[in-house]
Design a binder for this molecule. Sequence first.
Ligand SMILES: Nc1ncnc2c1ncn2[C@@H]1O[C@H](COP(=O)(O)OP(=O)(O)OP(=O)(O)O)[C@@H](O)[C@H]1O
Length: 341
Amino acid sequence: MSGLVMPTGTRSGAGAGSGPDSGPGGGDQMIVAEGVSKAFGSVHALDSVSVSARRGTVLALLGHNGAGKTTLVNILTTSLPLSSGRASVAGYDVTREPFEIRRRIGLTGQFASVDTQLSGRDNLVLIARLLGAGRRAARSRADDLLELFELTTVADRRASGYSGGLRRRLDLAVSLVGGPRVIFLDEPTTGLDPSSRLKLWEIVEGLVQQGATVLLTTQYLEEADRLADSITVLSAGKVVASGTADELKATVGRRTVTLTLDGADAPARAGAALRGAGFAPVGGEDGTRGLVVPIDTTRDIANVVRALDRAGVEATELTFGEPTLDDVYLTLAEQHARTPA
Ligand SMILES: Nc1ncnc2c1ncn2[C@@H]1O[C@H](COP(=O)(O)OP(=O)(O)OP(=O)(O)O)[C@@H](O)[C@H]1O
């Protein structure tokens, strides 16, 4: 969605426009958690978790069910007290200044918060009125958001008749009525079809271009890869990795060259030649004609080709593969499962 414009606050002195937007000494950090722990009885939902996000960036929290993502979102959005550690949003402390935070954030949870008995338009007008906008200003705000989220054609239909994708869009629009600078999206695209997911990603990208800071929780690696400036991987309440998508891939995943070979004895000859050149090719057993060669740098591609050439083996196909976040995730999950608590 191009040309997406961040709505401004509905109340004078409230919403995104006022306040420090970053804490004393907080610089550009809009979201900070330092050593945050949360226990529910004997369940340690979060164990000394630290994350941060600068203004105008997207931080993705990645993790399986039960990893602690929603708990951290609930603490940062002040609906749940932390057990220990400290956290701030837009420069305000979650424990001491929850009301300042609530005026400055938007939250879209896993369960849509729209009133399905009302139309999309009436949902938006209602929230704007609750935030203090006059009747005309509320209608105008609703119109703007309906247009921005491409909901105009369904605006006067009851939300109960909306598809999942439309409802998520309305939910996000509702959370933006007050013009928040920090937006929390808890698994925003879970259960959506690919085109609805893409549409939502475009909306988020538009918001960030306008200066919003977004914390996104997701189980989809592709989503984190596409949207996030930095990614924190949570597993069983602990941070198991953090960095940019590229950094995470470089830490864990390996690049590969995949070869399809011509001739019955080619895999064995190629395998021997590659091992002689210091590589550790995988495959080629049981008569299969494909070999996967892990490599470290793109320069190694030439070394693989030279080794094949020396062995007189021809590859009918050669493809280069970068590690994906899936590789990272699987490796981390494996490592974590092996590490005793
Ligand atoms: N109110 C609660 N009472 C007791 N245990 C809870 C409560 N809320 C969360 N938990 C537990 O804390 C852990 C983390 O849950 P959380 O919902 O934060 O995970 P999540 O990563 O968001 O998972 P999901 O993707 O399923 O929402 C889980 O073991 C969960 O059962």
